[in-house]
Design a protein around this ligand. Structure first.
Ligand code: G3P
Ligand code: MG
Length: 251
């Protein structure tokens, strides 16, 4: 048993960190086996409106297909190999649909951080679609931890916020920024966000105090060193994303 088992501050980055092919169901299963209960993943829309998991704009790095992801329909995406690039053990692992990940979360009472990762010029459409689907799922699964929706895309988050307001559903939102600036806090507050997510190298005691001072949570990506994790958590960081599934046990 690792320390991470019920420690909701630790998120397995992209489902299973570097131990499994990112953003696949195998990744989530791997993260779960390692003791994680909180999982981050990247969500975008297929050409025919299915929400699915992929980090990049293209299929090149993490599948055996090539080119931009946006024109692909889900029936074709399901056929690609999203596992072999990682290791032979995961050969043939398909990409995951958001609905499969939601099923996983319901089965294991997992907490999801769904990072809205729109294909180019799909920001508002993707933000709306994620918020709509998750709002529906939360109504069906009231016992499951409420997913946290985040994005680097302000347009995606604004669309998600509008959809949630229209539906009169409360879901936590977090604004992601590569570089922390006070303006990011203003934008997060305008979104009525629950938190701010940023690169761990941006995190200082002063930044933590500023974010907490506005009543927001601060979480950081991607923390892969035990000493860094230890000091950030001691300073009061509310959560972190890691590629190293063994890290919580090393603190
Ligand atoms: O959501 C935290 C982190 O995943 C953001 O960066 O590029 O790994 O999606 P990235
Ligand atoms: Mg991400």
């Amino acid at each position: 048993m690792t320390q991470a088992l019920f420690d909701w501050r630790w998120f397995a980055h992209r489902g299973g960190g570097d131990a499994a092919p990112e953003n696949t169901l195998a990744a989530f299963e791997t993260g779960l086996k390692a003791g994680f209960r909180a999982f981050e993943c990247d969500v975008k829309l297929s050409a025919d409106g299915v929400l699915w998991l992929l980090h990049d704009d293209t299929l090149d790095r993490t599948t055996d297909a090539r080119g931009l992801a946006a024109p692909w329909r889900w029936e074709s995406l399901q056929m690609v190999d999203a596992g072999s690039w990682h290791s032979a053990r995961f050969k043939g692992e398909p990409p995951a649909a958001l609905d499969q990940v939601l099923d996983f979360a319901a089965r294991h009472e997992a907490w999801l951080n769904l990072e809205i990762k729109p294909s180019p010029d799909e920001d508002a459409r993707t933000g709306d679609a994620v918020a709509r689907r998750v709002a529906q799922w939360v109504a069906e699964q009231p016992q499951a931890p409420m997913p946290l929706l985040s994005s680097f895309s302000l347009a995606a988050l604004q669309a998600a916020r509008k959809t949630l307001d229209d539906l009169k559903v409360e879901l936590p939102l977090a604004y992601l920024v590569e570089v922390y600036e006070p303006q990011a806090l203003t934008q997060a507050l305008a979104l009525r966000a629950e938190g701010l997510h940023t690169d761990w190298q941006q995190v200082t005691p002063e930044v933590i105090a500023a974010v907490h001072g506005k009543g927001l949570k601060l979480r950081a990506y991607t923390v892969n060193e035990a000493e860094t994790a230890k000091s950030l958590l001691a300073e009061g960081l509310d959560g972190l994303f890691t590629d190293r599934l063994d890290l919580p046990g090393r603190l």
